[in-house]
Ligand binder design. Sequence first.
Ligand SMILES: Cc1cc2nc3c(=O)[nH]c(=O)nc-3n(C[C@H](O)[C@H](O)[C@H](O)COP(=O)(O)OP(=O)(O)OC[C@H]3O[C@@H](n4cnc5c(N)ncnc54)[C@H](O)[C@@H]3O)c2cc1C
Length: 382
Amino acid sequence: MIFDIVFIGAGASSLMAASLLKNHSIALVDSSSKIAPKIKISGGGRCNFTNKIISSDNFLGDKELLDKTFKSYDNSDLLKFFKKYNLEYNLKDNQKYFCKNSSSDILDIFSKQIRHCSLFLNHTVMDVEFDRCFIVETDKKTTIKAKKLVVASGGLSYASLGASDIGYKIAKKFGHTIKTTSPALVGFTLQKEQFWMKNLSGISCRVALHVEDEIFIDDLLFAHKGISGPAVLNASLYWRRGVVSIDFLPKVNVVKLLEKKSKKQISSLLPLPKRFVKEYLKSINLDDVAIDRLSKSQKEKLYELNHYIFAPAGNFGYTKAEVTKGGIDTNDINHLSFESSLQKNLYFIGEVLDVTGELGGYNLQWAFSSAVVMSKNMECDK
Ligand SMILES: Cc1cc2nc3c(=O)[nH]c(=O)nc-3n(C[C@H](O)[C@H](O)[C@H](O)COP(=O)(O)OP(=O)(O)OC[C@H]3O[C@@H](n4cnc5c(N)ncnc54)[C@H](O)[C@@H]3O)c2cc1C
């Protein structure tokens, strides 16, 4: 049998596209034993599927492609889609949309919407050939043939959930360029000078984190192996191996605070967790003395709390990264149909492309939006 369309991956973007393409014979091939394992664990099990404000400014990638795609299908369209299937959801921090109960609710919706598809789960795609039609080869020695091939195999993060480089391999085979990939939305590891932070594992504080031209005002979480939390994860998207600057007291001007005469000890005056102050003071060789006893140079060391500059050693890698930065160059993708401009009937959607969003539901919105735009175009083509 030759299917109309074969999807590599049964993740977020494939499920959305397949559920819209009802009048086609479809094969969904995934190495996992269940559909969309990333949706299941996303947003801490409640899937942050979109954001109140969707803009190309929240993404790395081709702004024109992003704007065009969101103009065709944005957050309000996605909310309408889920409302139609009675998904219960909540708005968190007046910004992020999460499932009210569990991300399984989204998987249940898609499971019902893809009943017309043939599912090849536990099938790892090894290679693809083209000989009048696409021939997908799997580890089970099955070959699946189709007129159209949609590569929706996602990025490299979380190999434990089925991630692989197959999308990039196929793209290269058909002449596409891959923009350098790296882990993103991931914690930073530290240089020796910042090892004092490791003693704060479990503590979090609100910071303003400056990286390149971006500022993220959000929580920073001190972790066993480095720093994490929303501010750091977002910073990792823009970080290019240079320095970052952390304002540990974004609402307090430390210079002004220390101008006043005070008998209070440093740890009592600074509105920061006591454990943090203790470790910070140790790292700058300063005792927890009264403010009145501080010398000018000692005060200057404390001013750095408003702009603590350092270069992260690296990041926690693909095993912990929520997404992969980089991917298939979108210059060789038709921006209206997501079809390859190098090979007819070959399509790429979702995270496998060189488009990466910030934390907050942006990556799933991209996966869904690119899928819808491609599907609508395929329907028009039929
Ligand atoms: C822990 C975690 C939490 C996240 N939380 C959020 C969140 O709350 N909000 C948000 O917007 N984004 C979140 N993301 C990111 C989001 O899940 C992805 O960006 C999104 O799922 C990408 O959709 P996709 O369809 O492109 O790829 P995926 O959903 O990753 O689907 C790709 C599929 O391809 C399959 N595959 C890969 N290689 C092969 C192969 N060789 N053979 C067969 N199948 C293969 C995989 O098993 C997978 O099922 C999170 C990611 C992680 C890892």
